[in-house]
Design a protein. Structure first.
Length: 109
């Protein structure tokens, strides 16, 4: 099964016509780029970032919250791994999520 690496910084432009794998990956990028309470019509959408905690705690909580958000809002994807890039000491920790698309998620016509 193919694994895809997704980051919030990959979200440059929304493709309203995206389908299949491209649509699923775009949805995951949107989840990563959106923090909870920032979406006016669905305040619970996305995930709640952790602040003011030790870096390992922030990373563990963030990983758990991202997995939960992706499971809820894009169930066609399975999270394989969550890692982080950036400078934690500068307060810049950006998640990288590795996902697989579930076999039954893509319908071939």
């Amino acid at each position: 099964m193919i694994e895809y690496e997704v980051t919030a910084t990959d979200l440059k432009r929304i493709d309203f016509g995206a389908t299949g794998v491209a649509e699923i990956l775009q949805n995951i990028r949107m989840i990563l780029a959106t923090t909870e309470f920032s979406c006016p019509m669905d305040r619970g959408f996305a995930w709640n970032p952790d602040i003011d905690a030790p870096i390992p705690v922030v990373q563990a909580r963030t990983a758990a919250r991202l997995v939960a958000a992706i499971q809820e809002y894009e169930p066609r994807a399975e999270v394989v791994q969550v890692s982080f890039q950036g400078e934690p000491l500068d307060g810049k920790v950006k998640p990288i999520v590795k996902v697989r698309i579930k076999d039954d998620a893509i319908q071939f016509t």
